[in-house]
Design a binder for this molecule. Sequence first.
Ligand code: SF4
Ligand code: SF4
Length: 206
Amino acid sequence: MSEYFRDIGSSITTILTGMGITLRHFFSAVKRKGDAGIDDDNYFSQVDGLVTLQYPREAIPTPEIGRYRLYNDIDDCIGCNQCARACPIDCITIETIKVTKDDLAVCGKTSGGQQKRFWVPVFDIDVAQCMTCGICVSVCPTECLYHTQVSDFSEFKRENMIYHFGNLTKLEAEAKQKKLEEEKKAAPAPKPKPKPAPKAEPETGS
Ligand code: SF4
Ligand code: SF4
């Protein structure tokens, strides 16, 4: 009989403890995340806050250290293709055109002072495929490719998920390609390599 009443007491204690936790969260939930709401810099270090946000008018901020939508600062891109080669799912497409000698100054240097030797008319990232692994970012020698804090970029059309960063229009690219071919034609033909001297025949004894 005493065990019967002990079990009832234990059940009531468990229910009250559970309800206490629920009520504590219920009352905490009416508080905003800090005085500044979701824009508060310390958002992630706070314990209590809203359970529901008025999305999309309100959105939880993305952490500074995170991997979200990629961006290429094309002015610093040297068209080395390393990012595209490293991408495990081939969602980066790059086309380059070698810069002619008289265009080197026009093409310019990266912010780190490196002379750019390739135009990059096509630099496309298919963010619908990108799994934000960050491998491309880690291999970029000029650090022009990086993850932004933009995490919400849904689109109605599939083609809008391909981001274009190229630094030439189609017409400009055609003109640069033509110029490069003319430079190649005008270049003096490379001197033929001297033929190696024939090997002396080994003398045979008679
Ligand atoms: S983050 Fe990963 S999947 Fe996305 S483009 Fe870079 S290497 Fe490819
Ligand atoms: S690795 Fe960097 S510099 Fe090289 S093509 Fe990619 S974005 Fe440009």
